[in-house]
Each structure stands twice: as structure tokens, then as C-alpha cells.
Design a protein around this ligand. Structure first.
Ligand code: CAA
Length: 281
């Protein structure tokens, strides 16, 4: 494995590009928007400079890592990639369109991984020309900091594909947890209902935003309160994951809280829009 493609230069794609480049892989990253690519490269530069300042990376290694990242808008950039990681929005239609555009540009042996946090890997694999070479590779946010990569096997995933991607995750310094392909896998099947319940707790007037977050930070030792974490992940992503759980498992306990729905409808998506449960202006 030498060259890794990344589709989507949002917060997940950016973090994945950074850790791949620092680990010595050539990176090809595309996005539809120039300004998203520019912001992504600026974030990577800031993060890598901090690693240099902390003495974790030499100045030369930092420069080489940044030079390894080539960006653009065209899927042709992926022609000689050994693996492409899809990190587009958490929307099945968008991911299907992306995969359809990607496949004609890939070499026959290339593996496709999706960073989806809840959508069926089996369905996405079936939408490609290589379901055996398709796997779920779910990074956590912020990617450079979080230790875990959840690897999800679709029913079609071949063992050599799975083994290759596991080795890649370990070479990036991550610890792997293996999940079978059920809605939202492991992390989000447990985390999202907790966040949704925190929003119901707010909706029912049990406590204020600050009380709920303080309670969980100091009472359960979570690094962030659930509402702060929801803002950090993005409320649109939280809602999309709750929809996947609700429709995929057909259980009323996964119904998204109406307050979450309302915030998303208002365009209050958390940190990225500077407004969510907190105000970031
Ligand atoms: N990108 C890169 N590095 C970051 C970062 C980011 N976005 N945010 C923080 N860091 C780095 C900091 O630079 C700092 O590095 P140094 O050691 O070099 O100083 C280090 O992380 C610690 O950061 P801070 O001191 O600023 O803050 P903190 O100790 O409060 O940690 C945190 C910040 C790591 C984000 C912590 O609050 C945390 O762990 N929060 C919970 C995150 C979490 O639960 N993530 C999973 C979300 S679920 C998910 O991702 C799955 C999904 O599909 C939705």
C-alpha cells in the first residue's frame, strides 16, 4: 500500500489525509468545493506545525508529509491509488453517486473503504463493481487524536481486503475494533442513543444545556458532555445516524428527538455553523 485516495475534505477527510501523510503514504484528496480544500489544507498545516512545536515531528518530516498530499476535484486523481477512502456526507444518495463516479477511474485491484458512521456497508458494496474489495473503515473525530478505527465487514467483503485494511489502520497507529454490518455498527449504536437521550432530557426540561453536560462530564467522566459532543460531531450527522438506527432496526427507542430535528431544520448544526446547543460566534 503506497497511495491512498480520500473523497471529501471535510473534518473526517482532513484528519484521515493528515495521519496517512504523516505515516508515509502518498495522499490524493478531492472535494467538490475549492474553499473546503483550502480550509482542509490550512487545518492540516496547523496540526502538523503543532506536532513540530511539540517535538513529535521534525521540520523536514513535516514538510515531506505536507508535500505528500495532492488535492483536486477530479476522480482521475485516483487512477494509481491502492485504496480510496470515501468520506463524503452521511447521505446514502450522495455516497452512491460518489461511488458511481469513482469506480471507472480505479485500477482493478484497488480497495474501496467507506468512512460511513451508520449506513449499510453491504448496500454500498453492492453499488460498486467490486463488492469483495469493499469495507467499512470508520474513523473517530478528531481523527488525529482518537485511538479507534472501527472496521466493518460487509457480507461480501473478502478476507484479504479486510486484512489489508486492518494492517493499514495499525500502520496509522490506530487500534482496530471489528464490527459486523448492522445499523451504526458498535460506537454509534451505543453513543448516538445516549446523545439523543441527552437531547430528550433537555426537551423535557429536566436540566439546562450546561447542567446536562456538567452532569455527564463530572458524573460519568466523559471528556465532553453529550450536547457539546453533538455540536462537535454535527447535529445533521447525529440526526442521519438516528434515522439509520430507527429505519434499520425498526424500534421506536431510536426515534430522533423532535428538538434535534428542529435544530437541523433551522440550520443549527453545531460548531460548523457556529450555532447548535452552544453559540460559537
Ligand atoms: N484535531 C487535531 N488535534 C486536536 C483536535 C482536532 N480537532 N482537537 C484537539 N486536538 C489535540 C490538541 O491539539 C491537543 O494536542 P497536544 O497533546 O499536542 O496538546 C490534544 O488533542 C488535547 O486537546 P485539548 O487539550 O485542546 O483538549 P482536550 O484535552 O479537552 O481534548 C478532545 C479534546 C480530544 C476532543 C476531547 O475533548 C475528547 O476526547 N472529546 C470526545 C471526542 C469523542 O468522543 N469523539 C468521538 C466522536 S463520535 C465519532 O467520531 C463517531 C461518529 O461517527 C460520529
Amino acid at each position: 500500500m503506497e497511495r491512498i485516495g480520500i473523497i471529501g475534505a471535510g473534518q473526517m477527510g482532513t484528519g484521515i489525509a493528515q495521519i496517512c501523510a504523516v505515516a508515509g503514504y502518498d495522499v490524493r484528496m478531492i472535494d467538490v468545493k475549492d474553499e473546503v480544500i483550502a480550509a482542509s489544507l490550512a487545518t492540516i498545516e496547523t496540526n502538523i506545525s503543532r506536532q513540530v512545536a511539540r517535538g513529535r515531528l521534525s521540520v523536514d518530516a513535516a514538510e515531506i508529509a505536507q508535500q505528500r498530499i495532492v488535492t483536486g476535484k477530479d476522480y482521475a486523481l485516483f487512477g494509481d491509488c491502492d485504496l480510496v477512502i470515501e468520506a463524503a456526507s452521511e447521505d446514502e444518495e450522495v455516497k452512491r453517486d460518489v461511488l458511481k463516479s469513482l469506480v471507472p477511474h480505479l485500477s482493478p485491484d484497488a480497495i474501496i473503504a467507506t468512512n460511513t458512521s451508520s449506513i449499510s456497508i453491504t448496500r454500498l458494496a453492492a453499488a460498486t463493481d467490486r463488492p469483495g474489495k469493499f469495507v467499512g473503515m470508520h474513523f473517530m473525530n478528531p481523527v488525529p487524536v482518537m485511538q479507534l478505527v472501527e472496521l466493518i465487514r460487509a457480507i461480501q467483503t473478502e478476507q484479504p481486503t479486510f486484512d489489508t485494511v486492518r494492517r493499514l489502520a495499525e500502520s496509522l497507529g490506530k487500534t482496530v475494533s471489528v464490527a459486523e454490518d448492522f445499523p451504526a455498527f458498535i460506537v454509534n449504536r451505543i453513543l448516538m442513543p445516549m446523545i439523543n437521550e441527552a437531547i430528550y432530557t433537555l426537551y423535557a426540561g429536566v436540566g439546562s444545556v450546561e447542567s446536562i453536560d456538567t452532569a455527564m462530564k463530572l458524573g460519568a467522566n466523559h471528556p465532553m458532555g453529550p450536547l457539546e459532543l453533538a455540536d462537535f460531531i454535527g447535529l445533521d450527522t447525529c440526526l442521519a445516524i438516528m434515522h439509520s438506527l430507527h429505519s434499520g432496526l425498526a424500534d421506536a427507542k431510536y426515534q430522533p428527538c423532535p428538538l434535534l430535528v428542529k435544530y437541523v431544520e433551522a440550520g443549527w448544526l453545531g460548531r460548523k455553523t457556529k450555532r447548535g446547543f452552544y453559540d460559537y460566534h
